[in-house]
Design a protein around this ligand. Structure first.
Ligand SMILES: [Zn+2]
Length: 148
């Protein structure tokens, strides 16, 4: 189930570890060593600065905080995908993460819906994390989809 990916995914020095981890089917957040607060995207702690931040594996789980349903394909590569859902996921570790919501009818989305990450290989070198309802049927998350 590979959906067209963003054409301009170009990891920079700050978020390259996150995208590298997606290739291994790992979801990372940054956590402050000073206070333990988790952040995404790559950031610095407002209290302890950037030096105390480190990437660490996260659960890849969260809940829907809010969402919108796209009925019009503003990008023609997504013409076959409408209607589709973009959601703000409140990760179990605390940060908010913007993502596609896949594997469910747009009419079934609700605030607080438990979701989990799935990994979608959109190019051999780019794996995009998307989220699906936690009770959705299907294979376990994998980064191997689309690879041979
Ligand atoms: Zn801190």
């Amino acid at each position: 189930m590979s959906r067209p990916g963003p054409r301009d995914v170009v990891p920079d020095d700050l978020d390259a570890p996150f995208w590298d981890a997606c290739l291994r089917a790992e979801f990372l957040v940054q956590r402050c060593g000073g206070c333990g607060r988790a952040f995404w995207p790559a950031s610095s702690c407002p209290q302890h600065g950037a030096a105390s931040m480190a990437w660490e594996p996260a659960s890849g789980r969260g809940t829907v905080h809010t969402w919108t349903v796209y009925h019009h394909a503003y990008d023609r590569d997504l013409a076959d995908e409408v209607p589709y859902v973009l959601a703000v996921i409140e990760l179990a570790e605390g940060p908010f993460f913007h993502s596609d919501l896949v594997g469910c009818d747009p009419g079934d989305v609700r605030v607080g819906l438990p979701v989990e990450v799935v990994y979608d290989t959109v190019r051999p070198d780019v794996v995009v994390p998307r989220f699906r309802p936690r009770d959705a049927p299907g294979e376990p998350p994998t980064a191997d989809e689309g690879k041979s």
